[in-house]
Design a protein around this ligand. Structure first.
Ligand code: BG6
Ligand code: MG
Length: 235
């Protein structure tokens, strides 16, 4: 006989948290903005903060393609622009320290360790290892992956599925923390629970929306997750 206790709702069985990096752990969004702006100015291409907002979560190449719009450029020129932008960005990264962690991140990572949660990072950034090293949190992270380890970038679910695999967890056991619309979409497509950081216009599709991680405790996040139905049990 199959028992399906529809009335028996309980919190999901969460065993790990997968963080996006840029805009979640550290405010590299500003560095990306400054460096895209510099490149765009050098090339005489219109760009501003608002246009930068639409680039959150997108890979470097996809970001440049959005900035270029319908301008057709030789492949070699595109590659040079990508290199140049990253060169500018790395100048910021070199100066980063643990002081660049966003408020609430260090205490949340500590609480996750104490709660024996597995912790992963799934980023669109090629610079993820360098940035995490500069932030001084490598010892609190079990796995780091980026979209270059998988076939499809965010908003495809691949990078989150890859992180969960590395952590040896099922999708339903993971909470993703994201600040980008494309990232929220990717995490939902992966079948994970999603905490969106930022305005509802950007991350409103997430299960929980908060302005930032400042003052946020892991127990608060767990308490806000929707209840789920008891799994069907054979008796
Ligand atoms: C994402 C950021 O995490 O990484 C994007 O939200 C950025 O803004 C992308 O373009 C790629 O980063 P990088 O470090 O590989 O240029
Ligand atoms: Mg982000």
């Amino acid at each position: 006989m199959i028992l399906n206790n529809k009335n028996n709702l309980h919190p999901p069985d969460i065993r790990g948290v997968i963080f996006d990096m840029d805009g979640v752990l550290t405010d590299t969004v500003e560095f990306h903005y400054q460096t895209w702006q510099k490149l765009a100015d050098e090339e005489g291409i219109p760009f501003d903060r608002e246009a930068n907002e639409a680039l959150r979560g997108l890979s470097r190449r996809d970001s440049l393609m959005r900035i270029l719009g319908d301008r057709q450029l030789p492949q070699a020129t595109i590659e040079e622009m990508l290199e140049r932008k990253n060169h500018y960005f790395l100048e910021y990264v070199e100066k980063m320290t643990s002081a660049d962690l966003l408020p609430g991140v260090a205490s949340l990572l500590d609480e996750l360790r104490r709660s024996q949660m597995k912790v992963g990072i799934a980023s669109a950034s090629k610079n993820v290892q360098a940035v995490i090293f500069r932030l001084g949190i490598r010892d609190r992270i079990d796995t780091i992956t980026n979209v270059y380890n998988v076939k499809n970038p965010k908003p495809a679910p691949d990078v989150f599925l890859h992180a969960a695999e590395q952590l040896n967890l099922k999708s339903s056991e993971c909470v993703v923390v994201e600040d980008a619309e494309a990232g929220v979409e990717a995490a939902l497509a992966a079948g994970m629970w999603v905490l969106g950081l930022g305005p509802v216009e950007r991350v409103g599709a997430a299960h929980i929306v908060l302005p930032s991680l400042e003052g946020v405790k892991w127990t608060d996040i767990l308490a806000k997750l929707p209840r789920v139905e008891e799994e069907k049990t054979m008796v």
